[in-house]
Design a protein around this ligand. Structure first.
Ligand code: M6R
Length: 610
């Protein structure tokens, strides 16, 4: 995920910026750069690759100055490259910008600016911002930034410099974090606390819709409309390791809490303003291409495969197309019936999983059209697929996937609804109803995360056991498969996920006194059946935790020992909520067992061997 650092003061900015960027490396990036005022005016150095590449450029051509901005980029618009790296400038090299987030209407703005004579060199949305500010400038950088952002839609944290006012650094926050660090005769900006922690622990945290104007001697805080505000300074007493995790004890917990943002970012710009239809301008496939699809294969590994299982239900419901889901390592070897009318959807957080990539190549060899759902722009899967839907979860650092999985679900919902509206397989009212529910999910997840302590208490109890079972029907079965994988990989507790109705065909023999069973039952139509299965395991001594939505939890509560309620939503969307307590359960069970939560034994984040 991109990182921002900025400095204005009395020391040479170059090393402060580079060291600040090093503190942001943990977030993941593919290029880096800095811009500074020097005696030769505004100068930029930037390079694709690790920070060491930028450092070596700076060794050859160092910069001298006391004001600057820096950035680590994690590609969103445009591949990782020198020219797409930040900072970006306007054509005159008088304005420079670093940006985290996404400008939804950048193409529209770019066309407008091109028509007005602006020339662009990169594929990024950020370059549009520097041109916009330059267009709006009439002698006051603060007013120019305020006018520019009125034209922008989307999420942004910005650091802005202009050579015309070398004693000012402007910072803006809208839906992407930014903090201001207070020093003595020097001030800082940072997208995260670690970027500036070496220099100061006194910070102002900007809220959405706020900006700051920094000089070396003062910081003014104001709304983006220009109304001055006062804010209490916060003293950060975290150590660097905790600061990297934004105060959470582990990356996994941080990433679980980042899910509302990941949902919003994955939906951003993909739903029309009235909330009635899905827009996916990044897809090259036309309506006719979609009409030509006869069947869909979803291929992935691990957690991404579990997202694919939900994807099957979504596409079958929305597009009324037959869907098969395969584990990528099996797909090639079963001679799948792939034709040019097959749409193959590969799902991969990293976009580098060897088996998934091999399946993609096999699908293309057989003439299928391939759509990739991936979290990494410029990854192998993204480059080789015909179409790409990026999940905007940001880099995932914990080995156990959480926000990448739920963002994959959001991508499936969007694609499913897009197919439904293209094929006319669902009516407009149904699509609008699902879209409304989809847009409520981030807030519902935020509310659920407040219940984390309840899950923790239960997790500490199951951490004492060596075996347990998860059961569910329909999409709940697919979700408990993910819950079981999560628990296995970080707590090392053996668990199995079963279709609730299948237990009695053999596995019921393993149920004995005191064994924990977690039953997920969110689907009205299947509730009674699942309750019967719960009774079967309870009769054999199981201790059951039932999870359902607020509408069904009372009925379920009568049949189980413990109960947990999740918010109610459209039946198709429940996985995006019900998986959250299962992620927390795995996290807290792992913690209770004293395991290395973020780096579980024997596992790697990205599996690049077959
Ligand atoms: O990067 P990918 O999504 O292709 O990775 C696939 C699996 O290796 C991955 O989901 C794995 O199962 C996770 N560690 C599970 O948490």
């Amino acid at each position: 995920m991109c990182g921002i650092v900025g400095y204005i003061g009395k020391r040479n900015a170059q090393s402060i910026l580079v060291e600040g960027l090093k503190k942001l490396e943990y977030r993941g990036y593919d290029s880096a750069g800095i811009a500074m005022f020097t005696t030769d005016g505004l100068q930029v150095r930037k390079a694709k690759g690790r920070l060491a590449v930028l450092e070596s450029n700076l060794e050859t051509a160092p910069l001298e100055g006391t004001v600057g901005i820096g950035h680590t980029r994690w590609a969103t618009h445009g591949k990782p490259s020198d020219v797409n790296s930040h900072p970006h400038t306007d054509g005159s090299m008088k304005f420079s910008v670093v940006h985290n987030g996404i400008i939804e209407n950048y193409l529209e703005l770019k066309e407008e600016l091109i028509a007005q004579g602006h020339r662009f060199v990169s594929e990024t949305d950020t370059e549009v911002i520097s041109h916009l500010i330059s267009r709006e400038y009439d002698g006051d950088i603060v007013k120019a930034v305020q006018r520019a952002i009125r034209h922008m839609r989307g999420a942004y944290a910005l650091g802005v410099l202009t050579e015309y006012e070398p004693d000012r650094l402007v910072a803006v926050r809208n839906a992407s974090p930014l903090i201001i660090g207070i020093g003595d005769g020097e001030h800082y900006i940072g997208s995260d606390i670690p970027a500036i922690l070496e220099h100061t622990r006194d910070v102002f945290i900007l809220n959405d819709g706020e900006m700051a104007v920094l000089t070396k001697d003062a910081v003014e805080l104001m709304t983006i409309e220009g109304n001055f505000i006062s804010r209490e300074m916060i003293y950060v007493d975290w150590d660097v390791a905790r600061a990297e995790k934004a105060g959470f004890d582990h990356f996994m917990l941080k990433e679980i809490h980042e899910q509302p943002k990941a949902y919003r970012d994955t939906m951003r710009g993909r739903i029309d303003e009235e909330g009635r239809s899905v827009i996916l301008p990044e897809l090259k496939m036309t309506a006719n291409d979609i009409r030509a699809i006869r069947n869909v294969h979803i291929v992935a590994c691990g957690t991404a495969y579990h997202a694919g299982l939900i994807g099957k239900t979504v596409l079958e419901n929305c597009a009324r197309l037959p869907v098969e889901v395969d584990v990528a390592s099996e797909y090639r070897y079963r001679s799948p019936l792939i034709t040019p009318e097959t749409l193959v959807i590969v799902v991969s957080q990293s976009g580098e999983t060897a088996d998934t990539l091999a399946a993609l190549r096999e699908a293309k060899r057989c003439g299928a059209r391939v759509l990739a759902i991936t979290n990494v722009v410029g990854s192998s899967v993204a480059r080789e697929a015909d179409d790409v839907l990026i999940t905007w979860a940001g880099p995932e650092i914990a080995v156990a996937s959480t926000k990448a999985y739920t963002s994959q679900l959001i991508a499936f919902y969007l694609f499913g609804l897009y197919c439904a509206q293209t094929l006319g397989t669902q009516d407009a009212a149904w699509i609008a109803e699902v879209l409304a529910a989809l847009q409520s999910l981030p807030e519902q997840v935020e509310n659920m995360l407040e219940q984390a302590e309840t899950v923790r208490a239960y997790a500490e109890e199951i951490a004492q056991h060596e075996h347990l079972f998860f059961i569910g029907r329909g999409v709940d079965y697919a979700v408990v498969m993910e819950g079981s994988l999560k628990l296995k990989e970080i707590s090392y507790i053996h668990s199995e996920a079963y279709a609730a109705g299948e237990l009695k065909h053999g596995t019921l023999a393993l149920i004995e006194d005191g064994i924990p069973v977690i039953a997920l039952a969110t689907q009205s139509a299947l509730l009674e059946k699942t309750v019967s299965n719960i009774k079967e395991v309870k009769a054999r001594g199981a201790v059951v935790l039932g999870i359902s939505d607020t509408g069904h939890v009372a009925a379920l509560g009568k049949a189980v020992d413990h109960v947990l309620a999740i918010p109610a939503t459209h039946p198709l969307l429940t996985p995006a909520l019900s998986v959250v307590p299962l992620q927390l359960l795995a996290y807290y069970a792992s913690l209770a067992r004293g395991n290395d939560v973020d780096k579980p034994r024997n596992l790697a984040k990205s599996v690049t061997v077959e």
